[in-house]
Design a protein around this ligand. Sequence first.
Ligand SMILES: CC(C)(COP(=O)(O)OP(=O)(O)OC[C@H]1O[C@@H](n2cnc3c(N)ncnc32)[C@H](O)[C@@H]1OP(=O)(O)O)[C@@H](O)C(=O)NCCC(=O)NCCS
Length: 161
Amino acid sequence: MTVTVSAIKKTEYQATVNMVEASFWEYDASYYNKQGQDSFLAYANFANFAYRQWHHHITFVAKDGNRIIGMIELRTENHISMLFVAPGEVKKGIGKELVSCALQYIAEHNPKTTYVTVNSSLYAVEFYKHIGFEATDSRHDNDGLIVIPMAIRIDKDCKLL
Ligand SMILES: CC(C)(COP(=O)(O)OP(=O)(O)OC[C@H]1O[C@@H](n2cnc3c(N)ncnc32)[C@H](O)[C@@H]1OP(=O)(O)O)[C@@H](O)C(=O)NCCC(=O)NCCS
């Protein structure tokens, strides 16, 4: 499998949203009540996703050929707003590669930024810790969507190990 990472194209929005939903149901949904699940599905739906791409967000997708197998969405200068790998494709290094690409983008475009934040899902906390993020606060409940605020410090040569 040859994985490429690139900025998302408009024609890839629907496949990306579909992959995010599938990954959410596979890995995350059982951690949340109905209200939390609905909050996430509203945030991730096509219309809201497309709107964000025009409003201070940028998304990179990981592809195997033309198949979308991962995505990372960044908000403003330094926040990961979504990170998803397709069911069946986890633990192959794709999530780490997407974060690495995002940190390099941030370091290049916002050289004054010294840290990157994420509101981690309960499922992903150990992944983020493993690649160098630390929890910065106790869990937050955003309309039933429970998240752990985390951050990683970066410098201009930022690279994950
Ligand atoms: C969290 C997620 C993005 C991780 O992506 P991934 O492609 O499976 O992660 P990687 O394969 O790149 O893992 C990188 C490292 O973290 C480790 N890791 C991955 N998931 C882990 C977990 N749940 N617990 C502990 N370590 C984990 C890997 O073993 C790997 O270690 P290594 O570099 O020493 O070999 C993926 O599991 C996912 O899409 N989860 C569902 C959606 C989600 O919760 N997203 C976060 C929203 S904030």
